[in-house]
Design a binder for this molecule. Sequence first.
Ligand SMILES: Cc1cc2nc3c(=O)[nH]c(=O)nc-3n(C[C@H](O)[C@H](O)[C@H](O)COP(=O)(O)OP(=O)(O)OC[C@H]3O[C@@H](n4cnc5c(N)ncnc54)[C@H](O)[C@@H]3O)c2cc1C
Length: 405
Amino acid sequence: MFDYAIIGGGIVGLATAEALSRRNGNTKIVVFEKESETACHQTGRNSGVIHSGIYYKPGSFKARFAREGSRSMVEFCREHGIKHEVCGKVIVATREVELPQLEKLYQRGLENGLSVTKLTTEQVREIEPHVRCLAGLKVTATGIVAYREVCAKYAELVRQRGGVVMLGTRVTQVSEVKGMHRIETTRGGFEARFLINCAGLHSDRMAKLAGLQPQARIVPFRGEYYELVPAKRHLVKSLIYPVPNPDFPFLGVHFTRMIDGTVHAGPNAVLAFKREGYHKTDFSARDTWETLTYGGFWKLARKNMGEGLMEVRRSFSKALFVHSLQQLIPEVQTDDVVPTHAGVRAQALLPDGGLVDDFLFVEGRNTVHVCNAPSPAATASLEIAKAVVARLPDLRAATTVAVTR
Ligand SMILES: Cc1cc2nc3c(=O)[nH]c(=O)nc-3n(C[C@H](O)[C@H](O)[C@H](O)COP(=O)(O)OP(=O)(O)OC[C@H]3O[C@@H](n4cnc5c(N)ncnc54)[C@H](O)[C@@H]3O)c2cc1C
């Protein structure tokens, strides 16, 4: 019998397990992960950016947890010898119409307590010599890391403190028996006093299994990346972002130097016909049916029809993708980029077609569900974990053992 059972061995589930085991070394914890490795889905397929929090609404979880999380993530990496770099990033306006939005971002950065500097074209080019723009911002706190490595360290710490990370173990049923959760998995049944749902792309389904009626449904959006060929990596020094479209929840295709030295360009945002569908042809009848029969999806589609169709065209046309990249770096040519990985974002969508913008935690009877943890949840994982743990009693309080990281 476990004190806490966590569904999901992505960065949110593992950070939560790490925080619970640090709070009390006597706690009995299990993490169920259906794949044979941790961080196989969103966490292992993202841009690897430690976000500063410039984009998010002041006072929101995202703004607070990104600001604090970028610091705690860097501290964690330093403490555990995980390769990372606080390289900063530039956000650049390439058209006159983007200048007011750039100014708004600057003000937002200040409101969120960040170190942000306005840059002229020349100043941008001192940092990123190949960029063409009208003006820019420099955000110093942004960094890069491989989140798979962060996850491997979280899992190692959990195991060192006696926790169990069960790989290849899919949760299939949850019921309540005499105040305990009975959790059926592909590797047998287990009991736990508290259940924490960190199932990412499947978090709405896991919430339903546990008896909750989640208001929002997860709709998957694939993000495809290209990679600069080695001979062209010099075109990007660190991170180059466009001014995001304020009506769209994603950041726009950008250049990211990864911690292994490769340079990625992307991601776009197209509706995926499978929750874990990383290829254009991946299809799941169940996932597609659930999306297409959801009124919220059609309301969102009607509002964003133009942008959505453009994303689909760009997904199928390398020339269009390269055209978007050329807005930032005109020198980039079609032969300079090759397709690389893709990730799928778990985005919670409300019945009225509104996207759940902030991180969303829902509490049930002896359960906490992380119902929306999109970007920057990897950056913010230590802070999200703190917020989840604060919602859970310390079941071994009488036998507290102080555990250092
Ligand atoms: C393309 C892309 C780019 C991004 N870029 C960034 C970035 O640069 N910086 C940043 O901070 N964030 C970024 N994000 C967001 C970030 O990656 C996610 O917010 C974060 O990884 C979410 O973590 P998670 O643990 O909630 O989900 P996941 O990593 O998806 O983990 C959920 C886990 O639950 C498991 N699971 C599901 N159902 C079950 C079940 N029934 N039984 C057992 N296990 C189950 C899954 O196998 C999975 O491993 C990006 C996301 C994407 C997709």
